[in-house]
Ligand binder design. Structure first.
Ligand code: UT7
Length: 335
């Protein structure tokens, strides 16, 4: 038996209908389309306005979309890993709600908290279950209702984030397709620069924490920006070197979509031709763990992914958790 790799065999996604534009944001806080476009690269983002529709709703829709595309029977799924920073509840796992909604009855389900690095972390974890032969069909779901923790009175953070979900089906492959390499790391010295200050056991919710807006995303943007560029470059370069890859060998480079300036800086520093760097931040903003699956979903639907394509993905988020993976794409996609 050859080596088993964990290959993506289908991608689904869900984006809420409501489009929050820069112009609408400009009427809410002291900002403007020009600042957001030039400093971040976002034009609009999607928002799930219905308070009755939490992260599990978005994740469920993404899985339904995936199942429809791949004709998957929920009974075949043996493991559900949900990456989210906006869980329905602190406990139990959002993965359990999604599994229940989707009729998945025979799977272990758990959540991963790696913020924006959630997808690459969850895929790396999933690959170990697949490579060992312990699980055969794994779902990785990334779902974020970022709008629930965005302070729409804070111009420094409210233009950045959007809601959305992505889901991938992962199976074993013995022909050399799938996850070839992964370099994921955490620098815990970064915890204070990007976090939700209250609501956990370190600072339980109180009237004071609500009054102080401490249940929203807190970010020191400049510090995060610097660390994002440095660490995404370092891990991408490491993965490319280890696998003898030059920029022009890659069909696609898919970075986490947090800021167009970060994406361009990383792409240039690791010498990837700019037409191979995938960008959709202008449409959806930063959907945290869901950005890379949403890119893959768009690319799949546009027929932009071919069997054997060499792809490097990189990410950076709270923790700081960051890294890069190298995959050989496993199936041809058609429009
Ligand atoms: O996904 C997780 C990882 N997160 C990231 O990777 C995000 C990393 N950080 C960033 O992308 C950027 O730091 C931000 C987009 C968050 C901010 O961009 P920046 O270029 O670092 O701007 P800044 O915070 O230094 O602010 C520059 C100026 C300030 O004005 P003064 O002090 O120079 O007069 C801000 O008050 O821009 C002002 N400003 C705004 N102006 C108009 C900040 N936000 C806005 C705004 N509209 N929305």
């Amino acid at each position: 038996m050859g080596k088993i790799n964990a290959v993506i065999t289908g991608v689904g996604a869900f984006l809420p209908d409501y489009v929050l534009t820069n112009d609408e944001l400009s009427r809410m806080v002291d900002t403007n389309d020009e600042w957001i476009t030039t400093r971040v690269g976002i034009k609009e983002r999607r928002i799930e306005k219905d308070p009755q529709k939490p992260a599990s709703f978005l994740g469920t829709k993404a899985v339904e979309n995936l199942f429809e595309r791949t004709h998957t029977n929920p009974d075949e799924i043996e493991l559900v890993i949900c990456a989210t920073s906006t869980p329905d509840h602190i406990f139990p796992a959002t993965a359990a709600y999604i599994a229940e909604n989707c009729g998945i009855k025979h799977a272990l389900c758990f959540d991963v908290q790696a913020a924006c690095a959630g997808f690459l972390t969850a895929y790396t974890i999933a690959s170990n279950f697949i490579e060992s032969g312990r699980k055969k069909k794994v779902l990785v779901v990334t779902t974020e209702k970022m709008s629930f923790m965005v302070d729409y009175t804070d111009r420094a953070t409210c233009p950045l984030f959007g809601d959305g979900a992505g889901a991938v089906l992962i199976e074993g492959n013995e022909e050399g397709f799938g996850l070839i390499d992964s370099e994921m790391r955490t620098d815990g010295a970064g915890t204070d620069y990007l976090q939700m200050k209250a609501g956990g056991s370190a600072k339980p919710a109180s009237h004071e924490t609500v009054d102080a807006h401490e249940h929203f995303v807190y970010q020191e943007g400049k510090v995060v920006f610097k660390h994002a560029v440095t660490n995404m470059c370092a891990t991408t370069a490491e993965v490319m070197e280890r696998n003898n890859l030059k920029g022009e060998d890659l069909r696609w480079f898919i970075p986490h979509q947090a800021n167009l300036r970060i994406i361009e800086a990383v792409g240039e520093r690791v010498a990837i031709p700019s037409d191979r760097v995938y960008v959709n931040i202008q449409k959806y903003g930063n959907t945290s763990s869901a950005t890379i699956p949403i890119c893959l979903w768009e690319m799949q639907n546009n027929g932009q992914l071919k069997k054997g394509d060499k792809i490097v993905c990189t990410t950076f988020g709270a923790g700081f958790t960051f890294g890069a993976i190298y995959i050989k794409w496993g199936y041809d996609t058609d429009k």
